[in-house]
Ligand binder design. Structure first.
Ligand code: ADP
Ligand code: MG
Length: 537
């Protein structure tokens, strides 16, 4: 292309294209805008945001990823940053604001280097080296944690909840969460699969409870079934309890009324047999993943059996773990040994919603945290905080390491990176220094959001770290330096390692883009990087 004399148009007329510094500036500005949108929510003193969607629904939240999801971001580079927050949410469950704020700051610092004519690939290389260095250092400072360290785990939960709707009741929630985790800990299953968080309105958050079993947003199939069964014997089926076969469309030709009777009798006979086989095992509650025929519902009701139909697969699996029952795919093969048990199965009206409780299970491997609050918005926000805390507990136990927060690690890394930069030569040194400065955005923002003077705070933090005070972080109430470890501001190591790696990656990726081609019709974007010539076009 560079050799051609005549301009050649290879793209449709209405294609928007920006290249070189323009493209870079644009993308960086968009990524910074995303970071600025969530910055003010970071930390315990961060503010909340109210987002109103097109249909008028309101979300009030302090959670980075929730804000970004609700905001409907359109710019392609900005969307890449939003994706990073989503990844953080999936992998760790917490730290979504942190990762976006760091990514934004890395790009802000990169822009200053670009203005000094430093090539993006050099910046990217320096950032990569700085990240590697930081990861190793983080790991070396982290402390081991297991289920036995209940104080550390409690502090992790409290840290995750500070500044969220759940803060006032964090003691209560940390007890619930710790009991829940202990209940399911002896399984090799992911705790996020074994612990479900359900919300209900009405009552105060203090009425939130741990249900040793499963809470289903469902009703029993028929209103004449009992509302409550004690010492329940639970059957779990993933076959339909009806005769309908939706895959084959059959026609039956009937010539006289006796044939019709015989046919209907046969059907009823089969349905009766289903109920007999199930009831013979001593079952008192039947959960079915598929449909349940009206007649079967009627027979169940007559025998005092609670039947529930169309239970989701994930709820079925949770029920199996909670009750110890097996999910059976053919009712004919059901045997007594497949049944699970629960102390109580009951349907109750909570607010104006009917819910099914399968509780007091003997050795549950699945439990439910029932979050309650006065209004839907509060319940939603508390549920998000509980889920964040749960993600943190999982990350801490899974990875086995914990560090202190309050900006202490970012300051430590920043100082060490400055030392590391001095061992490097040329322009890469500048990139590593920029990375070191960028990490300070976390303590700076924590201070700013708490109404403190960030310059004073950073200066005293730097001094403390130079004196070897590893866990020196911001006391957001007094503005003084505190030992974040002693203060119990603890976070799983994984939150930081994941945030650093994703933030660095996305910054690097955005830096490498020097050409944005937006196809007007499709709204599709092609990206081209300086290193990979035309391969994407
Ligand atoms: P994120 O979405 O990134 O998790 P948060 O709003 O939860 O954002 O804020 C997390 C930050 O707040 C972390 O850097 C954490 O260390 C810090 N933090 C939490 N509790 C405290 C505290 N009591 N004092 C100072 N900093 C805290
Ligand atoms: Mg958090």
């Amino acid at each position: 292309m560079t050799n051609s004399i005549q301009p050649i148009f290879i793209l449709p007329e209405d294609t928007k294209r920006s290249a070189g510094r323009d493209a870079q500036r644009n993308n960086i500005a968009a990524a910074k805008a995303v970071a600025d949108a969530v910055r003010t929510t970071l930390g315990p003193k961060g503010m909340d945001k109210m987002i109103v969607d097109a249909s008028g629904d309101v979300v009030v939240t302090n959670d980075g990823v929730t804000i970004l999801k609700e905001m409907n971001v359109e710019h392609p580079a900005a969307r890449m940053v939003v994706e990073v927050a989503k990844t953080q949410e999936q992998v760790v469950g917490d730290g979504t604001t942190t990762v976006v704020v760091i990514a934004g700051e890395l790009l802000r610092k990169a822009e200053e280097l670009l203005d000094q004519n430093i090539h993006p690939t050099i910046i990217a290389k320096g950032y990569r080296a700085a990240e590697d260095f930081s990861q190793t250092l983080l790991r070396s400072h982290a402390k081991a944690v297991t289920l036995k360290h209940s104080d550390i785990l409690r502090n992790i939960v409290c840290t995750a909840m500070t500044g969220k709707g759940a803060e006032a009741h964090r003691e209560h929630f940390s007890n619930l969460l710790l009991n829940a985790v202990t209940d399911v800990a002896n399984t090799d299953l992911d705790i996020l699969d074994s612990i479900k968080v359900e919300k209900m309105t009405g009552e105060s958050p203090l009425a939130s409870e741990l249900v040793r079993g499963v809470v289903l947003d469902k009703e029993r199939a028929h209103s004449s079934m009992p509302r409550r069964v004690e010492n329940a014997r639970v059957v779990l089926l993933d076959c339909p309890l009806e005769i309908k076969n939706t895959e084959i469309d059959a026609k039956i030709q009937i010539n006289d009324p006796t044939q019709l009777h015989a046919f209907l009798d046969r059907e009823e006979h089969l349905l009766r047999e289903m109920v007999n086989v199930i009831a013979q095992t001593g079952a008192t509650v039947v959960f079915c993943q598929r449909g349940v025929d009206d007649l079967v519902q009627h027979f169940f009701a007559k025998r005092g059996i609670i039947g529930v139909r169309r239970v989701t697969k994930s709820d079925m699996e949770r029920l199996a773990r909670a009750t110890g029952g097996h999910i059976i795919s053919s009712w004919k093969e059901l045997v007594v040994g497949d049944l699970g048990s629960a102390g109580v199965v009951r349907q109750d009206k909570i607010g104006n919603e009917e819910m099914l409780f399968v509780e007091q299970c003997p050795n549950p491997k699945a439990v439910t945290i029932l979050v309650r609050a006065g209004t839907v918005h509060v319940a939603d926000e508390i549920k998000r905080a509980v889920e964040d805390a749960l993600g943190d507990l999982r990350a801490a136990l899974h990875d086995g390491f914990v560090i202190a927060g309050a900006g202490s690690m970012e300051m430590e890394l920043s100082g060490a990176l400055r030392g590391f930069a001095r061992t490097l030569q040329g322009r890469e040194q500048l990139a590593v220094e920029a990375y070191a400065q960028a990490l300070e955005v976390i303590p700076r923002t924590l201070a700013e959001n708490a109404g403190l003077d960030p310059i004073d705070v950073l200066a005293s933090l730097r001094m403390a770290h130079e004196r070897g005070n590893l866990w020196a972080g911001v006391n957001i109430f007094t503005g003084e330096v505190m030992d974040a470890w002693a203060a119990g501001v603890l976070e799983p190591l994984k939150v930081k390692t994941q945030a650093l790696s994703s933030a660095t990656q996305v910054a690097e990726m955005i830096l490498r883009i020097d050409d944005v081609i937006v196809n007007a019709q499709a709204g599709k974007t092609l990206r081209r990087s300086p290193s990979s010539e035309m391969d994407e076009m």
